[in-house]
Design a protein around this ligand. Structure first.
Ligand SMILES: Cc1cc2nc3c(=O)[nH]c(=O)nc-3n(C[C@H](O)[C@H](O)[C@H](O)COP(=O)(O)O)c2cc1C
Length: 164
């Protein structure tokens, strides 16, 4: 998929098909995180693939939107500094979308409970990604990048950009 088409057509999806994500796709998503640029290249992050059902449920209960993680084929918890984790998340989510896998970032409601569910210190966890093939059959190829851009629920550049 063209990089800009992937960016323009990527929306955060919260409902996933039951279909599992092939292991090679999971590996590629994780590698997209590994490859991400980061502060001083310290790579001070970890990617926790939450497979254990009990852990997953405890984590879900500590998030603002538990159903996103409960219904996801794949849940990845990312530790580290917010800016690095943000870049890393978007790398992973775009790599996933390139394979037709949708996703959503999930904010943490109860930091202590989330840390405990994952065996982390409080404050280490930055974000949790839920991923899966879309329940809706969303398809990037349905429109051009420009078509997706025009339809996006976003402020226009004229409101966002200042040239100084
Ligand atoms: C830091 C962060 C935390 C978020 N937390 C949640 C969340 O807890 N639950 C949820 O459903 N979506 C969450 N989102 C997704 C946003 O709601 C979404 O990016 C925004 O509504 C735009 O969605 P769209 O790209 O589909 O238009 C989060 C996004 C970010 C960047």
């Amino acid at each position: 998929m063209d990089a800009f088409l992937a960016i323009a057509s990527k929306r955060d999806e919260r409902r996933y098909a039951e279909r599992p994500i092939p292991p090679e796709v999971v590996e590629r998503v994780l590698d997209a995180g590994r490859l991400c640029g980061n502060s001083q290249n310290k790579q001070a992050w970890r990617f926790l693939v939450v497979e254990d059902a009990e852990r997953r449920e405890r984590l879900a209960g500590a998030l603002y939107s538990p159903a996103n993680v409960r219904g996801a084929a794949l849940a990845i918890a990312i530790t580290g500094r917010a800016f690095d984790a943000g870049r890393c998340s978007q790398n992973m989510m775009l790599a996933a979308w390139n394979e037709g896998v949708t996703s959503c970032p999930n904010g943490i409601r109860d930091a202590a409970a989330a840390a405990e569910a994952l065996g982390l210190e409080e404050g280490e966890l930055a974000i949790v990604l839920s991923l899966g093939f879309p329940a809706s059959g969303r398809d990037a190829a349905r429109r051009t990048a420009e078509g997706w851009s025009e339809r996006a629920d976003r402020k226009p550049l004229s409101e966002l950009v200042t040239r100084l």
